[in-house]
Write a protein that binds this ligand. Structure first.
Ligand code: LLP
Length: 384
C-alpha cells in the first residue's frame, strides 16, 4: 500500500476528488535519471505529460530542459525559469502567434514538421530580422508497438517529414535566409516498454543522419524524443523506470560524430508514478452480473481508461488490510458508458464513503482533465 495511515487520515479531511502528488518520489525519480544519464545527454521534460508548476519547479531544479508542444507550454516553461536555450518547441500546427512568441523568447529550437511550416517560420523570423533555429522532425517509419492513438512514427501518422521529402526540405533550408538548421528530431510514440522499438529507431537515426551529413547539412543535435513506458500494473515495486537500461540502448547503437549532441524528451516516465487520483465511493450498486463502485471522480479527471482502454491500478485505501474477495466495475459519475476506470476489479468489500486511489495518474491525468458535464477542476494536493 502506497499510503501511510497518516496520509490516509489527511485524505479523509479533504474534498474529493483530488490529484495527490508524492513529491518525494518525483525527487527520487529525478535523482535516478540524473545518475543514469551520461553528462553529454540532454534531457528535456515533456510538459504535455504534466504541466503542474510545483512539479515543474522540481524538474527545472534537477537541470532538465523543456519540451513544449504549444505556445502556452513554452510560456509556462519560460515563466517558471526553464532557460530559453533549453526549450524545444514541437507540434504539427504551430500558429503564427506561437511562432512569434517563441522567436521573441529565443528558444533553443523549433522542431519543424512540414515544408509549409518551414516557409512560415522563415517568413516570420525574417520580419523580426531573426534567425530561427530549426530541427527537422523526421518520420522514421518505425513501429512503436503501442496503442494506435499514441503511435507517432509511422508514415500513416500526421507527424514529421517523410523520407520522400528530404531533398525538397534540404533545398528549402539552404535557400531560406532566416532558418538555421541545427538538427534532427524523432519521436515514435509513447508508453513503449519493449526497448526493441528504440533499438530500431537508433538504426534508422544512423541511416538518416548519414544521409543529411552527405547531403551537406550537419545535424549538430540529434533529438530522439521520448516514449519510455512505465509499469502501470506494479506502481509500488516498479515505481522508477530503469533509466540506465534505456540510455544504454542509445549509447550502444547510435553512431554519431563526436560533435553531435543527443537530446531526449521524456514525459510519462518522470511523472506518472508520483501522481494518484484520489476519489470517494458515492454509491455501491448491485448490477445483474456485476456490482459497481460509483466514484466521485470520472473520465473528466482521468480520461486514459476511456480513451485508450488504459489500465490503471485501483485500490480501496480505506480498507488496506482486507482480502480482495469482491469484484466490482469501478466507474465514474459522467453520463457516458465509457466512464469506467476498470472492469471486474478485485477489491475488498467496499462501502459508500471509502477512499479509492487510482494509481500512476501523474502523467496525462491532470493535463487532460476537462469540464464535461460542467464538472469543476479537481485540485492538486502535495506530499511534503
Ligand atoms: N516528444 C514528443 C514529440 C511527443 O509527442 C511526446 C508525447 C513526448 C515527447 C513525450 O512522450 P512520453 O515520454 O510522455 O511518452 N495522452 C497519451 C500520451 C500521448 C503522448 C503524446 N506525445 C497517454 O495518456 O497515454
Amino acid at each position: 500500500m502506497a499510503f501511510g495511515t497518516d496520509t490516509i487520515k489527511k485524505f479523509e479531511t479533504l474534498e474529493t476528488p483530488f490529484y495527490y502528488y508524492d513529491l518525494g518520489l518525483l525527487r527520487k525519480t529525478l535523482a535516478a535519471l540524473q545518475l543514469a544519464a551520461p553528462p553529454e545527454y540532454h534531457v528535456h521534460y515533456a510538459l504535455k505529460a504534466n504541466a503542474n508548476p510545483e512539479l515543474l519547479q522540481l524538474i527545472r531544479d534537477a537541470g532538465l530542459g523543456a519540451d513544449c508542444v504549444s505556445g502556452n507550454e513554452v510560456k509556462r516553461a519560460n515563466e517558471l525559469g526553464f532557460k530559453a536555450e533549453k526549450i524545444v518547441f514541437a507540434g504539427v500546427g504551430k500558429s503564427d502567434k506561437e511562432i512569434n512568441d517563441a522567436l521573441d523568447i529565443g528558444i533553443f529550437c523549433f522542431n519543424a514538421e512540414s515544408t509549409h511550416e518551414l516557409e512560415v517560420i522563415n517568413e516570420l523570423a525574417g520580419k523580426k530580422s531573426k534567425i530561427a533555429p530549426i530541427a527537422l522532425r523526421i518520420n522514421p517509419n518505425v513501429d512503436a508497438h503501442t496503442h494506435k492513438y499514441i503511435t507517432t512514427g509511422l508514415e500513416e501518422n500526421k507527424f514529421g517529414i517523410n523520407q520522400h521529402e528530404f531533398e525538397t526540405v534540404c533545398q528549402l533550408i539552404q535557400s531560406s535566409e532566416n532558418l538555421n538548421f541545427c538538427g534532427l528530431h524523432f519521436h515514435i510514440g509513447s508508453q513503449i516498454q519493449d526497448l526493441t522499438a528504440f533499438k530500431n529507431l537508433c538504426l534508422k537515426v544512423n541511416e538518416i543522419n548519414q544521409w543529411f551529413i552527405k547531403r551537406g547539412l550537419f545535424p549538430e543535435h540529434i533529438n530522439v524524443g521520448g516514449g519510455l513506458g512505465i509499469d502501470y500494473r506494479n506502481p509500488e515495486t516498479n515505481s522508477i523506470v530503469d533509466f540506465a537500461q534505456y540510455f544504454n540502448v542509445f549509447k550502444d547503437l547510435l553512431e554519431l560524430h563526436p560533435q553531435q549532441k543527443v537530446h531526449f524528451e521524456l514525459g510519462r516516465c518522470i511523472v506518472a508514478q508520483c501522481g494518484n487520483l484520489i476519489s470517494r465511493a458515492l454509491y455501491i450498486k448491485k448490477g445483474i452480473n456485476t456490482n459497481f463502485v460509483i466514484l466521485d471522480a470520472g473520465m473528466t479527471e482521468l480520461i486514459r481508461p476511456a480513451l485508450y482502454q488504459a489500465y490503471h491500478k485501483i485500490e480501496n485505501i480505506s480498507r488496506p488490510n482486507q482480502p480482495l474477495d469482491s469484484k466490482y466495475d469501478v466507474v465514474g459519475p459522467i453520463c457516458e458508458s465509457s466512464d469506467c476506470f476498470g472492469k471486474s476489479v478485485e477489491l475488498p468489500e467496499s462501502q459508500r464513503g471509502d477512499l479509492f486511489a487510482i494509481r500512476s495518474a501523474g502523467a496525462y491525468g491532470e493535463v487532460m482533465s476537462n469540464h464535461y458535464n460542467l464538472r469543476v477542476s479537481a485540485k492538486p494536493v502535495y506530499s511534503v
